[in-house]
Design a protein around this ligand. Structure first.
Ligand code: NI
Length: 256
């Protein structure tokens, strides 16, 4: 079994406090590589620190839209400049989150940071990991105007089947997570069945979004197998074939 978790937060205290065990359980289930995603300065530094300790772990650095309070250009550049570390493979997670942010001025700030981080990734030749929650149209508009030149992934894709082509047209991968396993998750299951195989990557977003039947527990990379099982079922294809293609996609996405 060859698996890559392309989006996990081993830098979150819930996983970091038990890091060695979390990683050994991941390796036991066939996870061969993991990409640890930052959301602010401390988490980006911690992602790099973890990646330095394990040859099969990589890092992304950046500011998540919910973590921009009090962040100025100097701090943003400080984090983005971590890109030159040899284990940094992308900028992320970056994007828009309108679920928690209702203030229009603050949404404007989210947009500005998103654009700056896309432009930076383009300048230094890295892909991006995109977070978009209840903000799909604005996310799409920004991505069309500021095309990610070195690719990237729409992390935890939660839109409909009809919107998949918009993402593919931008040269982005579709990241699928625990929700595809949720019993009543009609749309994620449809997406999992329909997304072109060569555009699919798998992620846990651990410690969040534990797949069924572990919902409500602390998620970790070893649970990626539950997501893979469900997608193979939904597509009525062999898990082996699914995982081979997804593994290659993941390596291409982050140049691993
Ligand atoms: Ni995340």
């Amino acid at each position: 079994m060859k698996l890559i978790d392309t989006h996990c937060h081993l830098n979150d205290e819930q996983l970091y406090q038990d890091l060695d065990n979390v990683i050994s359980r991941a390796l036991q289930t066939g996870i061969e590589k993991m990409v640890v995603i930052g959301w602010d300065k401390d988490s980006s530094l911690k992602a790099i620190k973890i990646a330095e300790q394990y040859p099969f772990i990589y890092a992304c650095v950046g500011f998540h839209p919910e973590n921009l309070e009090g962040v100025d250009d100097e701090q943003l550049n400080e984090v983005l400049n971590l890109y030159s570390h040899p284990k940094v493979v992308g900028i992320g997670e970056i994007g828009l989150d309108y679920h928690w942010e209702k203030d229009l001025q603050k949404r404007e700030i989210q947009k500005q940071f998103f654009i700056k981080q896309i432009e930076f990734a383009n300048k230094v030749g890295l892909p991006i990991s995109i977070h978009s929650r209840e903000a799909f149209q604005d996310t799409l508009e920004i991505l069309k105007e500021h095309k990610p030149l070195h690719g990237g992934v729409m992390h935890c894709y939660s839109e409909s089947v009809e919107n998949i082509q918009d993402i593919i047209n931008l040269n982005l991968y579709i990241g699928l997570d625990g929700p595809v396993t949720f019993r009543n998750a009609k749309t994620p299951k449809e997406v999992a069945a329909e997304v072109p195989l060569e555009k699919l990557v798998l992620e846990t977003d651990s410690p969040y979004l534990s797949p069924h039947p572990l919902r409500g527990t602390v998620n970790e990379p070893s649970n990626l197998i539950l997501i893979a099982d469900e997608i193979a079922n939904l597509r009525d294809m062999s898990k082996k074939h699914l995982l081979e293609v997804v593994y290659d996609n993941s390596c291409k996405l982050f140049n691993l």
